[in-house]
Write a protein that binds this ligand. Sequence first.
Ligand SMILES: Cc1cc2nc3c(=O)[nH]c(=O)nc-3n(C[C@H](O)[C@H](O)[C@H](O)COP(=O)(O)O)c2cc1C
Length: 312
Amino acid sequence: MAGVTDRPFRRLCLQMGAGLVVSEMVTSDVRLWNTRKSRLRLEHSGEPEPRSVQIAGGDPEMMAEAARRNAEMGAQIIDINMGCPAKKVCNKAAGSALMKDEALVKDILTAVVGAVDIPVTLKIRTGWSPDQRNGVTIARIAEDCGIQALAVHGRTRSCMYRGEAEYDTIAEICSALSIPVIANGDITSPEKAKQVLDHTGAQAVMVGRAAQGRPWIFQEIAHYLEHGTYLPSPSLETICNILLDHLQELHSFYGDVMGPRIARKHVGWYLQTTDGATAFRKQFNQLETPAAQIAGIREYFTHLIEGKEFAA
Ligand SMILES: Cc1cc2nc3c(=O)[nH]c(=O)nc-3n(C[C@H](O)[C@H](O)[C@H](O)COP(=O)(O)O)c2cc1C
Protein backbone atom coordinates (compact mmCIF):
# COMPACT_ATOMS: atom_id res chain seq x y z
CA MET A 1 0.00 0.00 0.00
CA ALA A 2 1.48 3.28 -1.17
CA GLY A 3 2.29 5.51 1.80
CA VAL A 4 1.74 2.68 4.27
CA THR A 5 3.71 -0.51 3.66
CA ASP A 6 7.20 0.91 3.93
CA ARG A 7 10.01 -1.25 5.26
CA PRO A 8 9.36 -0.49 8.97
CA PHE A 9 5.67 -1.36 8.65
CA ARG A 10 6.32 -4.51 6.62
CA ARG A 11 8.77 -5.76 9.23
CA LEU A 12 6.30 -5.12 11.99
CA CYS A 13 3.47 -6.93 10.17
CA LEU A 14 5.72 -9.95 9.62
CA GLN A 15 6.68 -9.98 13.30
CA MET A 16 2.97 -9.81 14.15
CA GLY A 17 2.07 -12.89 12.13
CA ALA A 18 1.59 -11.82 8.50
CA GLY A 19 2.65 -14.60 6.13
CA LEU A 20 3.69 -12.33 3.27
CA VAL A 21 4.01 -8.57 2.92
CA VAL A 22 4.41 -6.52 -0.24
CA SER A 23 6.32 -3.28 -0.79
CA GLU A 24 4.69 -0.02 -1.70
CA MET A 25 4.28 0.12 -5.46
CA VAL A 26 7.27 1.29 -7.46
CA THR A 27 6.78 2.92 -10.84
CA SER A 28 8.06 0.90 -13.79
CA ASP A 29 9.66 4.05 -15.16
CA VAL A 30 13.21 3.48 -13.98
CA ARG A 31 14.12 7.08 -14.91
CA LEU A 32 12.09 8.15 -11.88
CA TRP A 33 13.89 5.90 -9.44
CA ASN A 34 16.41 8.49 -8.45
CA THR A 35 14.11 10.42 -6.14
CA ARG A 36 14.44 9.98 -2.37
CA LYS A 37 10.93 8.49 -2.24
CA SER A 38 11.70 5.83 -4.84
CA ARG A 39 15.10 5.07 -3.33
CA LEU A 40 13.47 4.38 0.03
CA ARG A 41 10.87 2.17 -1.63
CA LEU A 42 13.60 0.18 -3.35
CA GLU A 43 15.66 -0.26 -0.20
CA HIS A 44 15.59 -3.80 1.23
CA SER A 45 18.68 -4.10 3.40
CA GLY A 46 18.08 -6.21 6.48
CA GLU A 47 14.55 -6.95 5.36
CA PRO A 48 13.08 -10.34 6.28
CA GLU A 49 12.36 -12.80 3.47
CA PRO A 50 10.54 -13.29 1.18
CA ARG A 51 10.83 -9.78 -0.21
CA SER A 52 7.97 -9.02 -2.57
CA VAL A 53 8.16 -5.80 -4.57
CA GLN A 54 5.16 -4.40 -6.39
CA ILE A 55 5.62 -2.65 -9.73
CA ALA A 56 3.10 -0.47 -11.56
CA GLY A 57 3.05 0.64 -15.18
CA GLY A 58 1.44 0.03 -18.52
CA ASP A 59 4.28 -0.69 -20.93
CA PRO A 60 5.37 -4.34 -21.21
CA GLU A 61 9.05 -3.60 -21.90
CA MET A 62 9.31 -1.05 -19.10
CA MET A 63 7.57 -3.41 -16.70
CA ALA A 64 9.97 -6.20 -17.69
CA GLU A 65 12.98 -3.93 -17.13
CA ALA A 66 11.61 -2.78 -13.76
CA ALA A 67 11.14 -6.41 -12.74
CA ARG A 68 14.70 -7.33 -13.78
CA ARG A 69 16.19 -4.36 -11.93
CA ASN A 70 14.20 -5.13 -8.78
CA ALA A 71 15.28 -8.77 -8.89
CA GLU A 72 18.91 -7.59 -9.11
CA MET A 73 18.31 -5.31 -6.12
CA GLY A 74 17.05 -8.11 -3.89
CA ALA A 75 13.36 -8.69 -4.71
CA GLN A 76 12.43 -12.36 -4.38
CA ILE A 77 8.90 -11.97 -5.74
CA ILE A 78 7.65 -9.42 -8.27
CA ASP A 79 4.05 -8.37 -7.75
CA ILE A 80 2.27 -6.52 -10.55
CA ASN A 81 -0.28 -3.85 -9.65
CA MET A 82 -3.50 -4.03 -11.64
CA GLY A 83 -5.59 -3.06 -8.67
CA CYS A 84 -4.93 0.59 -7.99
CA PRO A 85 -7.76 2.91 -9.06
CA ALA A 86 -5.89 6.18 -8.37
CA LYS A 87 -6.08 8.67 -11.23
CA LYS A 88 -2.35 9.26 -11.08
CA VAL A 89 -1.80 5.62 -11.93
CA CYS A 90 -4.87 5.06 -14.12
CA ASN A 91 -4.38 8.03 -16.43
CA LYS A 92 -1.14 6.52 -17.56
CA ALA A 93 -2.98 3.26 -18.25
CA ALA A 94 -1.56 1.41 -15.30
CA GLY A 95 -3.03 -0.06 -12.12
CA SER A 96 -6.63 -1.24 -12.52
CA ALA A 97 -7.08 0.73 -15.77
CA LEU A 98 -5.19 -2.09 -17.45
CA MET A 99 -8.05 -4.48 -16.78
CA LYS A 100 -9.95 -2.78 -19.63
CA ASP A 101 -7.37 -3.96 -22.15
CA GLU A 102 -7.06 -7.74 -21.92
CA ALA A 103 -4.53 -7.98 -24.78
CA LEU A 104 -2.24 -5.50 -23.02
CA VAL A 105 -2.61 -7.43 -19.74
CA LYS A 106 -1.39 -10.53 -21.54
CA ASP A 107 1.57 -8.67 -23.06
CA ILE A 108 2.62 -7.19 -19.74
CA LEU A 109 2.34 -10.46 -17.84
CA THR A 110 4.19 -12.39 -20.53
CA ALA A 111 6.98 -9.80 -20.62
CA VAL A 112 7.44 -9.68 -16.85
CA VAL A 113 7.26 -13.44 -16.29
CA GLY A 114 9.79 -13.91 -19.10
CA ALA A 115 12.14 -11.27 -17.69
CA VAL A 116 12.89 -12.79 -14.29
CA ASP A 117 13.47 -16.20 -12.80
CA ILE A 118 11.71 -15.41 -9.52
CA PRO A 119 7.95 -15.84 -8.98
CA VAL A 120 5.66 -13.17 -10.38
CA THR A 121 2.32 -12.50 -8.69
CA LEU A 122 -0.54 -10.22 -9.69
CA LYS A 123 -3.00 -8.00 -7.84
CA ILE A 124 -6.31 -7.22 -9.57
CA ARG A 125 -9.80 -5.98 -8.84
CA THR A 126 -12.92 -7.92 -9.83
CA GLY A 127 -13.20 -5.91 -13.03
CA TRP A 128 -13.28 -2.49 -14.59
CA SER A 129 -16.85 -1.64 -13.55
CA PRO A 130 -19.84 -3.57 -12.17
CA ASP A 131 -21.11 -4.20 -15.73
CA GLN A 132 -17.65 -5.16 -16.97
CA ARG A 133 -16.64 -7.58 -14.25
CA ASN A 134 -13.98 -9.37 -16.29
CA GLY A 135 -11.97 -10.55 -13.27
CA VAL A 136 -12.36 -14.22 -14.23
CA THR A 137 -11.05 -13.61 -17.76
CA ILE A 138 -8.08 -11.64 -16.46
CA ALA A 139 -7.41 -14.32 -13.85
CA ARG A 140 -7.33 -17.02 -16.55
CA ILE A 141 -4.96 -14.92 -18.64
CA ALA A 142 -2.77 -14.51 -15.55
CA GLU A 143 -2.58 -18.24 -14.92
CA ASP A 144 -1.84 -18.96 -18.59
CA CYS A 145 0.97 -16.40 -18.55
CA GLY A 146 2.70 -18.08 -15.60
CA ILE A 147 1.57 -15.85 -12.74
CA GLN A 148 2.11 -17.87 -9.56
CA ALA A 149 -0.45 -16.33 -7.19
CA LEU A 150 -3.27 -13.88 -7.66
CA ALA A 151 -4.62 -11.36 -5.14
CA VAL A 152 -8.14 -10.11 -5.84
CA HIS A 153 -9.71 -7.04 -4.24
CA GLY A 154 -13.49 -7.56 -4.22
CA ARG A 155 -14.35 -4.24 -5.85
CA THR A 156 -14.30 -3.04 -9.43
CA ARG A 157 -12.15 -0.14 -10.53
CA SER A 158 -15.14 2.20 -10.77
CA CYS A 159 -16.18 1.32 -7.21
CA MET A 160 -12.94 2.89 -5.93
CA TYR A 161 -13.25 2.18 -2.18
CA ARG A 162 -17.02 2.70 -1.96
CA GLY A 163 -19.62 0.17 -0.85
CA GLU A 164 -18.86 -3.27 0.47
CA ALA A 165 -16.39 -5.63 -1.11
CA GLU A 166 -18.12 -8.56 -2.86
CA TYR A 167 -16.72 -12.03 -2.71
CA ASP A 168 -18.81 -13.92 -5.32
CA THR A 169 -16.49 -12.94 -8.15
CA ILE A 170 -13.50 -13.97 -6.03
CA ALA A 171 -15.20 -17.35 -5.49
CA GLU A 172 -15.67 -17.70 -9.27
CA ILE A 173 -12.02 -16.87 -9.84
CA CYS A 174 -10.99 -19.46 -7.25
CA SER A 175 -13.00 -22.19 -9.01
CA ALA A 176 -11.56 -21.22 -12.39
CA LEU A 177 -7.88 -21.32 -11.39
CA SER A 178 -5.38 -23.80 -9.99
CA ILE A 179 -2.85 -21.22 -8.74
CA PRO A 180 -3.31 -19.83 -5.20
CA VAL A 181 -5.82 -16.99 -4.92
CA ILE A 182 -5.63 -14.42 -2.13
CA ALA A 183 -8.95 -12.78 -1.25
CA ASN A 184 -8.90 -9.11 -0.29
CA GLY A 185 -11.25 -6.32 0.68
CA ASP A 186 -12.81 -5.23 3.97
CA ILE A 187 -11.31 -8.01 6.05
CA THR A 188 -11.31 -6.42 9.47
CA SER A 189 -11.58 -9.29 11.96
CA PRO A 190 -10.74 -12.97 12.46
CA GLU A 191 -14.38 -14.00 11.82
CA LYS A 192 -14.51 -12.01 8.60
CA ALA A 193 -11.28 -13.67 7.43
CA LYS A 194 -12.79 -17.11 8.06
CA GLN A 195 -16.09 -16.19 6.36
CA VAL A 196 -14.26 -14.93 3.28
CA LEU A 197 -12.04 -18.01 3.09
CA ASP A 198 -15.07 -20.30 3.45
CA HIS A 199 -17.14 -18.35 0.94
CA THR A 200 -14.49 -17.98 -1.74
CA GLY A 201 -12.34 -21.09 -1.37
CA ALA A 202 -9.31 -18.79 -1.51
CA GLN A 203 -5.98 -20.06 -0.16
CA ALA A 204 -5.26 -16.89 1.81
CA VAL A 205 -6.64 -13.52 2.77
CA MET A 206 -4.95 -10.16 2.41
CA VAL A 207 -5.52 -7.40 4.95
CA GLY A 208 -4.90 -3.76 4.08
CA ARG A 209 -6.49 -0.88 5.94
CA ALA A 210 -7.45 -2.89 9.00
CA ALA A 211 -3.75 -3.39 9.76
CA GLN A 212 -3.10 0.33 9.94
CA GLY A 213 -2.48 1.06 13.62
CA ARG A 214 -3.40 -2.53 14.39
CA PRO A 215 -0.64 -4.76 13.02
CA TRP A 216 -1.46 -7.46 15.58
CA ILE A 217 -4.57 -8.28 13.50
CA PHE A 218 -2.43 -10.81 11.63
CA GLN A 219 -1.76 -12.92 14.72
CA GLU A 220 -5.39 -12.58 15.78
CA ILE A 221 -6.52 -13.95 12.40
CA ALA A 222 -3.87 -16.67 12.26
CA HIS A 223 -4.76 -17.84 15.78
CA TYR A 224 -8.49 -17.90 15.06
CA LEU A 225 -8.03 -19.81 11.81
CA GLU A 226 -5.84 -22.38 13.50
CA HIS A 227 -7.63 -22.82 16.84
CA GLY A 228 -11.12 -21.37 16.38
CA THR A 229 -10.60 -19.24 19.51
CA TYR A 230 -9.74 -15.60 20.07
CA LEU A 231 -6.44 -14.25 21.25
CA PRO A 232 -6.96 -11.73 24.06
CA SER A 233 -6.71 -8.13 22.86
CA PRO A 234 -3.26 -6.65 23.44
CA SER A 235 -2.91 -4.69 26.68
CA LEU A 236 -2.18 -0.95 26.66
CA GLU A 237 1.40 -1.77 27.73
CA THR A 238 1.79 -4.09 24.74
CA ILE A 239 0.33 -1.54 22.33
CA CYS A 240 2.61 1.14 23.76
CA ASN A 241 5.68 -1.07 23.24
CA ILE A 242 4.66 -1.98 19.68
CA LEU A 243 4.09 1.68 18.85
CA LEU A 244 7.40 2.79 20.40
CA ASP A 245 9.29 0.16 18.39
CA HIS A 246 7.43 1.23 15.27
CA LEU A 247 8.32 4.90 15.86
CA GLN A 248 11.97 4.08 16.41
CA GLU A 249 12.07 2.13 13.15
CA LEU A 250 10.40 5.00 11.27
CA HIS A 251 12.83 7.52 12.75
CA SER A 252 15.87 5.49 11.81
CA PHE A 253 14.57 4.57 8.32
CA TYR A 254 13.44 8.06 7.27
CA GLY A 255 15.78 10.17 9.41
CA ASP A 256 15.17 12.87 12.00
CA VAL A 257 13.18 15.23 9.79
CA MET A 258 11.02 13.01 7.60
CA GLY A 259 10.72 10.26 10.23
CA PRO A 260 8.64 12.27 12.72
CA ARG A 261 6.39 13.54 9.91
CA ILE A 262 5.66 10.05 8.61
CA ALA A 263 5.16 8.79 12.16
CA ARG A 264 2.21 11.16 12.70
CA LYS A 265 -0.22 9.30 10.46
CA HIS A 266 0.70 5.95 12.00
CA VAL A 267 0.19 7.33 15.50
CA GLY A 268 -3.21 8.64 14.37
CA TRP A 269 -4.15 5.13 13.27
CA TYR A 270 -2.99 3.51 16.52
CA LEU A 271 -4.96 6.02 18.57
CA GLN A 272 -8.19 5.89 16.56
CA THR A 273 -10.12 4.37 19.42
CA THR A 274 -8.22 5.35 22.53
CA ASP A 275 -9.47 7.81 25.13
CA GLY A 276 -8.52 11.46 24.86
CA ALA A 277 -6.74 10.83 21.58
CA THR A 278 -8.03 13.90 19.75
CA ALA A 279 -6.46 16.34 22.21
CA PHE A 280 -3.28 14.32 22.41
CA ARG A 281 -2.91 14.02 18.64
CA LYS A 282 -3.18 17.76 18.19
CA GLN A 283 -0.29 18.19 20.56
CA PHE A 284 1.65 15.22 19.16
CA ASN A 285 1.45 16.62 15.63
CA GLN A 286 3.38 19.68 16.75
CA LEU A 287 6.32 17.58 17.93
CA GLU A 288 9.21 17.72 15.50
CA THR A 289 11.92 15.46 16.86
CA PRO A 290 12.17 11.70 17.41
CA ALA A 291 12.94 12.15 21.11
CA ALA A 292 9.92 14.39 21.68
CA GLN A 293 7.64 11.92 19.91
CA ILE A 294 8.90 8.99 21.95
CA ALA A 295 8.51 10.93 25.21
CA GLY A 296 5.02 12.11 24.16
CA ILE A 297 3.80 8.59 23.46
CA ARG A 298 5.26 7.28 26.73
CA GLU A 299 3.51 10.03 28.66
CA TYR A 300 0.18 9.52 26.90
CA PHE A 301 0.18 5.78 27.52
CA THR A 302 1.24 6.23 31.15
CA HIS A 303 -1.87 8.37 31.59
CA LEU A 304 -4.04 5.80 29.86
CA ILE A 305 -2.64 2.92 31.87
CA GLU A 306 -3.20 4.83 35.13
CA GLY A 307 -6.72 5.62 33.96
CA LYS A 308 -6.14 9.38 33.98
CA GLU A 309 -7.48 11.92 31.49
CA PHE A 310 -4.92 13.33 29.10
CA ALA A 311 -4.84 17.11 29.54
CA ALA A 312 -3.63 18.90 26.41
C1 LIG B 1 -3.70 4.26 1.15
C2 LIG B 1 -3.81 3.03 0.28
C3 LIG B 1 -2.79 2.73 -0.60
C4 LIG B 1 -2.88 1.60 -1.41
N1 LIG B 1 -1.85 1.32 -2.26
C5 LIG B 1 -1.88 0.18 -2.99
C6 LIG B 1 -0.78 -0.19 -3.79
O1 LIG B 1 0.24 0.51 -3.89
N2 LIG B 1 -0.88 -1.35 -4.48
C7 LIG B 1 -1.98 -2.17 -4.40
O2 LIG B 1 -1.99 -3.23 -5.02
N3 LIG B 1 -3.04 -1.83 -3.66
C8 LIG B 1 -3.00 -0.68 -2.94
N4 LIG B 1 -4.07 -0.36 -2.16
C9 LIG B 1 -5.25 -1.25 -2.11
C10 LIG B 1 -5.11 -2.28 -0.98
O3 LIG B 1 -4.01 -3.12 -1.23
C11 LIG B 1 -6.36 -3.14 -0.85
O4 LIG B 1 -6.58 -3.82 -2.05
C12 LIG B 1 -7.60 -2.33 -0.52
O5 LIG B 1 -7.34 -1.35 0.45
C13 LIG B 1 -8.73 -3.25 -0.01
O6 LIG B 1 -8.31 -3.99 1.08
P1 LIG B 1 -8.66 -3.57 2.61
O7 LIG B 1 -10.15 -3.40 2.68
O8 LIG B 1 -8.14 -4.70 3.44
O9 LIG B 1 -7.96 -2.28 2.86
C14 LIG B 1 -4.02 0.78 -1.36
C15 LIG B 1 -5.06 1.10 -0.47
C16 LIG B 1 -4.97 2.21 0.34
C17 LIG B 1 -6.11 2.53 1.27
